[in-house]
Ligand binder design. Structure first.
Ligand code: SF4
Length: 335
């Protein structure tokens, strides 16, 4: 049942919005009153095309080329450069694949790749080179059988791509099936949709999430306070009313949020919308993303400043992932 005070959107709204998304750098630049840059052609996208919902673009400042939201989604000539140590699969996700679209890196938790699609293409994405063709949703039955048989699992993480890009009917099928496995205590959804396309929060989705036996944890992905506005507030308010948990993870990105001001604003803004800080990820060394890279030492120094400026409950854990480790590594701030 949809909570009485929630204000979800109709299903067609987010689909229409997605159909109208910017798919060419020049369209986005023009909408922001910025000059066309002929060098931003398809060859620099390296197979990872431009995709930016208008709802997200509307939060960018017109005429500002260095806008932190624009920087996250506009292809950059720097993507062409191959840098030593930056590879297509630094987290060795291929090696951690259990079956088809099921990946298990850590005890008790498994990650289900539900769809290759996203509503936005973040240029720094750690899965921008992921071979989704080898992890098709067609293998869903195999993954479900593996999850059902493995009673050591207590949590399944719906990932992608972005699981909320699936239509409500397809998502309902997956979540209802997982919810029927009694050993799963939590279902976690990793999504950027409430930030980049908040209209995805439909009545059917709220009804689904609010009626699960398992605890539902929604981990959103916001990197900058400018991404949060009245529309995201409405989406989060509706989600919260279903009784689920809302957390935010972000990536520490050069030129986007690598200052103390940006971090204080981000953590305060997410909390003000009912979302608790969870992880601040050091960026992974992904091919074509070195221009976003912040090294561990700089990350630790910034994190130390955050601890001085923010109450403890607003300081996310600074983490990095190392292939083969039994968990994400908390990168403590060294004095
Ligand atoms: S939404 Fe997440 S998975 Fe999709 S492109 Fe952005 S970072 Fe990658």
């Amino acid at each position: 049942m949809v909570p009485p005070n929630a204000s979800p959107w109709e299903s067609r709204v987010w689909r229409d919005e997605l159909a109208r998304a910017y798919r060419k750098p020049e369209e986005l630049l023009s909408a922001l009153d910025l000059p066309c840059e002929p060098e931003l052609d398809a060859s620099i996208e390296r197979g990872f095309s431009t995709l930016v919902p208008r709802t997200f673009a509307a939060k960018m400042r017109p005429g500002v080329r260095a806008d932190p939201l624009l920087r996250q989604v506009l292809p950059d000539v720097a993507e062409r450069a191959d840098k030593q140590g930056f590879t297509t699969d630094p987290l060795a996700e291929q090696a951690a694949t259990v079956t088809g679209n099921l990946v298990q890196k850590y005890d008790g938790r498994a990650l289900l790749i539900t769809t290759p699609g996203c509503a936005v293409h973040c240029r720094y994405c750690f899965r921008r080179h992921f071979p989704y063709d080898e992890h098709r949703p067609g293998t869903l039955d195999l993954a479900m059988a593996a999850i059902e048989a493995d009673v050591s699992l207590s949590e399944v993480i719906l990932s992608g791509g972005d699981p909320l890009l699936l239509p409500d009917d397809a998502l309902t099928k997956i979540i209802r099936r997982l919810d029927s496995f009694p050993h799963l205590r939590r279902l976690r959804i990793h999504t950027r949709l409430p930030i980049v396309l908040p209209q995805r929060i439909t009545a059917q989705l709220l009804d689904l999430l609010g009626s699960c036996r398992a605890d539902i944890v929604v981990v959103v992905h916001s990197n900058h306070a400018q991404e949060l506005d009245d529309v995201t507030q409405r989406a989060f308010a509706a989600l919260r009313q279903t009784g689920l948990w809302l957390l935010n993870q972000s990536v520490l990105l050069r030129g986007v949020n690598d200052t103390i001001e940006a971090q204080v604003d981000l953590q305060s803004a997410t909390f003000a919308q009912g979302v608790l800080p969870y992880y601040l990820h050091l960026p992974d060394p992904i091919a074509g993303t070195h221009h976003f890279f912040v090294d561990e030492q700089a990350g630790q120094a910034l994190h130390r400043e955050m601890q001085a400026k923010l109450p403890g409950y607003l300081v996310p854990r600074l983490v990095k992932e190392i292939a083969g480790e039994p968990n994400k590594l908390i990168v403590s701030s060294k004095d």
